[in-house]
Design a protein around this ligand. Structure first.
Ligand code: A3P
Length: 298
């Protein structure tokens, strides 16, 4: 793994979407024609919505809950971020490297649905999408921008303004991206999950749902192991999932930054002003009218 500030390109726009590090323009361009295999899995989410959580569940399912196997490789290599540059130092965009990677390929993406590989949009491979209430997303994204040196950041208020600006928002405007995935929730190759359900409702039930979707049959005991190893505290204590602790990121994080920060529903209350909360309520009311998708905010 070779992570240096020069590895990452600054934010750029592609087809109206603003991408942030570590996304790479060449990788984003290669996405459309990427040849998807039937057993490919894309873990997709708007940034800060539970991507890493689902990455860990999916990789644990692939080893039937065997954590020692999973821990041999850090999560950002095990389930690599599709639209980035290869972090092993080849300098190549990752889709080019993945072309020759053995199956099954587990990949993470923040691409809006319309920028996914054409094959995936036509039903090939599997897409697991995880959505989270927008208020917690805004806050978590700010904390990450503050925490990693390679991600440009402003003040909380500046980052908030960017978030609600369709041209400036990272990885697309939340109110475009999430409803677009939601429209595909009943596609055969899409599973749509919510962070709040995993957190509050029933983690085990959601793990079983993911296993079923991937066509994996695990014993109850194996499922218990997957669940035990993907709770917030287990992932926080695990250097292979709490990748902000990984040595490779040593020079990239500011003091005290923890990727596994709080993992809660409703932490936005500690950061958003009442005015900012109302702005988000108003945008929600306008943009989500007619979209049969709602979130728990606390
Ligand atoms: P917070 O910053 O609110 O704590 P992503 O992986 O998409 O970047 O999302 C990161 C967010 O998911 C962080 O939110 C992180 O703490 C939370 N998270 C990661 N793993 C989790 C888990 N097992 N349980 C609950 N939250 C988790």
């Amino acid at each position: 793994v070779n992570i240096s500030p020069e590895s990452f390109s600054p934010p750029f726009h592609f087809k109206g979407v603003r991408f942030f590090p570590a996304a790479d323009l060449r990788a984003v361009e290669l996405a459309e024609s990427f040849e998807v295999r039937d057993d490919d899995v894309f873990v997709s989410a708007y940034a800060k919505s539970g991507t890493t959580w689902v990455q860990q569940i999916v990789s644990l399912l692939s080893t039937e809950g065997d954590l020692s196997e999973v821990n041999k490789v850090p999560i950002f290599v095990r389930v690599p971020w599709f639209e980035t540059m290869d972090m092993s130092g080849t300098g190549e965009p990752l889709p080019k490297i993945l072309k020759d990677a053995p199956s099954p390929r587990l990949m993470k993406t923040h691409l809006p649905y319309r920028l996914l590989p054409k094959d995936a949009r036509e039903g090939k491979g599997k897409i697991i999408y995880c959505a989270r209430n927008v208020k917690d997303v805004v806050v978590s994204w700010h904390k990450m921008r503050e925490g990693f040196k390679f991600i440009p950041s402003g003040t909380f208020d500046e980052n908030f303004e960017e978030f609600i600006n369709p041209e400036q928002a990272a990885f697309g405007f939340w109110w475009d991206v999430v409803p677009e995935y939601w429209r595909h929730k009943d596609d055969n190759n899409v599973l749509f999950l919510k962070f709040e359900d995993l957190k509050r409702e029933d983690l085990r039930g959601n793990v079983v749902k993911i296993a079923d979707f991937l066509g994996r049959t695990l014993s109850d005991q194996r499922i218990d192991e997957v669940v035990a190893n993907c709770t917030f505290s287990a992932m926080k204590d695990n250097d292979a999932t709490n990748f902000s602790r990984d040595e490779a990121f040593k020079d990239q994080r500011k003091d005290g930054f923890e990727f596994m920060r709080k993992g809660k529903v409703g932490d936005w209350k500690n950061s958003l002003s009442p005015e900012q909360s109302k702005i988000l309520d108003d945008i929600n009311r306008e943009k989500m009218a007619g979209v049969d998708l709602s979130f728990e905010f606390e």
